[in-house]
Write a protein that binds this ligand. Structure first.
Ligand SMILES: [Ca+2]
Ligand SMILES: [Ca+2]
Ligand SMILES: [Ca+2]
Ligand SMILES: [Ca+2]
Length: 311
């Protein structure tokens, strides 16, 4: 039998392949067909496939799942626990920064790690977990809701530039521009609690009216690549593209994967995570992933190649 990818030379690639597999394992398994996503839900939730696991509205869960041959949850773990808040709270936006280091917003006023928050604020939290004990190591407010008229942040992404991509739960007018609940806005700002917060710039990053058939509210968001995002909505919506030839129903507990061209027109949309995986239909209200796994894998391949050449 001939290997078509590496004809006649598979054995010379084995050290490289072993290196990739080893690095893949270090990076968290990188299953061949599965996906991992971090989510929060609007109410407490459970999965048929992982009956012992209970997800609370103030938690963020790390969920690994398969889409083939059928939708199935493989594992579900609490990644961020609501017990780190002073009182019961609902996380309604989150972004993975690094291991046990996240940015979150809550649905109401909250208190964590010595920081008081309003519903529009974003806090950066580093924490440790030992057994059932969750400890905040540091917490700092990284965005103040007063920068944008006190609007409740309900979806967030931290760009590498330090700019934020935010969605709010209601419309807001800044200068001559009105942003709606189904838009994602790039916010440029500086400042902190001590010397005040200053809004430097704002622009429409994703126009919800280009995505949804009717006015909607994006309540969860992650950026995969330029022109390629994950979205959830706060109610059941539909997305139509290709001149009306293609349509996708987006339930409040679904995560949908949407691709755009440079004009912001939808070129493809599909279900990434279906609400049907929950015991009862739930609303997903926060989405994040470990950023750019493709980049990490390329680094792993490069490192494995270097190791082999040095022998
Ligand atoms: Ca939640
Ligand atoms: Ca919020
Ligand atoms: Ca929104
Ligand atoms: Ca939702």
């Amino acid at each position: 039998m001939q290997c078509l990818i590496y004809p006649g030379k598979l054995w010379t690639r084995l050290p490289l392949l072993a290196g990739i597999v080893a690095m893949g394992t270090l990076l968290g398994g990188l299953p061949a067909t599965g996906q991992t996503v971090f989510i929060s839900t609007g109410d407490s939730a459970a999965f048929d496939d992982v009956p012992a696991f209970n997800l609370l509205e103030g938690d963020v869960a790390e969920v690994s799942f398969d889409s083939q041959p059928a939708w199935k949850i493989d594992t579900a773990l609490t990644y961020f626990s609501k017990t780190m808040f002073a009182s019961s709270e609902n996380v309604d936006a989150c972004h993975y920064l690094s291991p046990y280091h996240v940015a979150v917003s809550t649905a109401g006023s909250s208190y964590i790690g010595g920081v008081s928050l309003s519903d529009g604020d974003v806090v950066e939290v580093s924490y440790t977990v030992v057994g059932d004990t969750w400890t905040v190591d540091s917490a700092a407010k990284i965005y103040d809701e007063n920068l944008v008229s006190g609007r409740d942040t309900d979806a967030l992404y931290v760009l590498g530039t330090g700019h934020l991509l935010l969605s709010f739960d209601s419309s807001v007018t800044l200068g001559a521009v009105t942003y709606d609940a189904d838009d994602i806005i790039e916010i440029v700002f500086h400042g902190n609690d001590d010397d005040g917060w200053v809004l430097d710039d704002h622009s429409l990053w994703l126009d919800g009216s280009n995505v949804f058939d009717e006015a909607a509210n994006i309540d969860g968001f992650d950026r995969i690549a330029p022109g390629h995002v994950l979205l959830s909505t706060s109610a059941d919506e539909s997305i139509t593209w290709d001149g009306g030839n293609e349509t996708l129903t987006c339930l409040e507990g679904d995560i949908v994967e949407v691709e755009f061209d440079e004009n912001g027109t939808v070129t493809n949309a599909k279900t990434f995570f279906p609400e049907s995986l929950f015991v009862n239909g739930e609303d997903i209200d926060a989405i994040t992933q470990i950023p750019e796994p493709a980049t990490l894998l390329l680094l792993a391949v490069g490192a494995a190649g270097l190791l082999r050449r040095r022998r």
